[in-house]
Design a protein around this ligand. Structure first.
Ligand code: NI
Length: 258
């Protein structure tokens, strides 16, 4: 029997090639630590892999979707393939999808089109969305409002408290990861403090964004505890309470059975 899960990592990329050398060993460690992982897809291939991981490991759940970076590579049949994948009960959201105007790896018009089509899919399937947004909050908000999607997560939130209000009104959640522990992230900690606790989740975004004191090294879900510790300090409550609140929020958002 598995240990009782205590933490939910709301956004990870365990399918990433950074884990190719030791993925099974790491998954066993995550299982032992009692951490539930919501793994995000970035394109069709990684969405398929994400679902394969979720089918093989009961504490892993999958999101399927095409990331804005990969939007220009999405071939005509991608919505059909995503629909097929999303019918699996281990798929809990469409993601990660969104807009990235920082890197602009795909033309903005293509990013918007691919984002809109996947929002429509989420709406049709009644699934929440996991949104990646970089320097594009106003366009993301406008497109989300138009889409009619009522539930989702702004992962690795870096906007202001003021900008968060419209997304709160829409019914969205926010997740914070390793950046919360960075020395210069005082503004981000203020945002985390100001948001309603019932809308906040924690994530690693691994293999990226390792928390202090592991900054710059490969991240993994066992380091989620450092994010939880940081949030406990910010909110002035215990780590156990942060774990419980963020776990319940993840269950509410993704409909996890745990
Ligand atoms: Ni991500």
């Amino acid at each position: 029997m598995n240990p009782v899960p205590v933490l939910v990592d709301a956004h990870a990329h365990l399918d990433d090639e950074a884990f190719d050398g030791d993925r099974s060993e790491l998954l066993r460690q995550i299982q032992k630590a009692g951490i539930i992982v919501v793994n995000a897809g970035s394109d069709l291939e990684s969405s398929r892999f994400s679902l394969e991981l979720a089918r093989n490991w009961d504490f892993v759940y999958a999101c399927v979707g095409v990331h804005p970076h990969e939007a220009k590579k999405a071939h005509p049949g991608y919505i059909g393939e995503l629909t097929e994948l999303a019918r699996d009960p281990k798929v809990v959201a469409i993601g990660e999808i969104g807009l990235d105007y920082h890197y602009d790896f795909s033309p903005r018009e293509v990013q918007k089109e691919v984002f809109e089509k996947q929002l429509l899919l989420a709406k049709d399937l009644g699934l929440p969305v996991v949104v990646h947004c970089r320097e594009a909050l106003s366009d993301v908000l406008e497109i989300l409002k138009k889409s009619g999607v009522k539930k989702g997560l702004l992962h690795c939130y870096t906007g202001t408290l003021n900008e968060a209000r419209d997304f709160l009104d829409l019914g969205f959640y926010f997740s914070f990861g390793g950046m919360l522990t960075f020395k210069k992230a005082e503004d981000l900690r203020k945002v985390a403090k100001g948001l309603p606790k019932e809308r906040v989740l924690v994530e690693t975004d691994c293999p990226y964004l390792s928390p202090e004191p592991f900054r710059g090294r490969r991240n993994d879900p066992t380091r989620l505890v450092y994010v939880v510790r940081s949030l406990a300090g910010i909110w002035g409550i215990s780590e156990e309470e942060v774990a419980e609140i963020t776990r319940n929020n993840a269950i509410e958002l993704f409909g996890l059975e745990c």
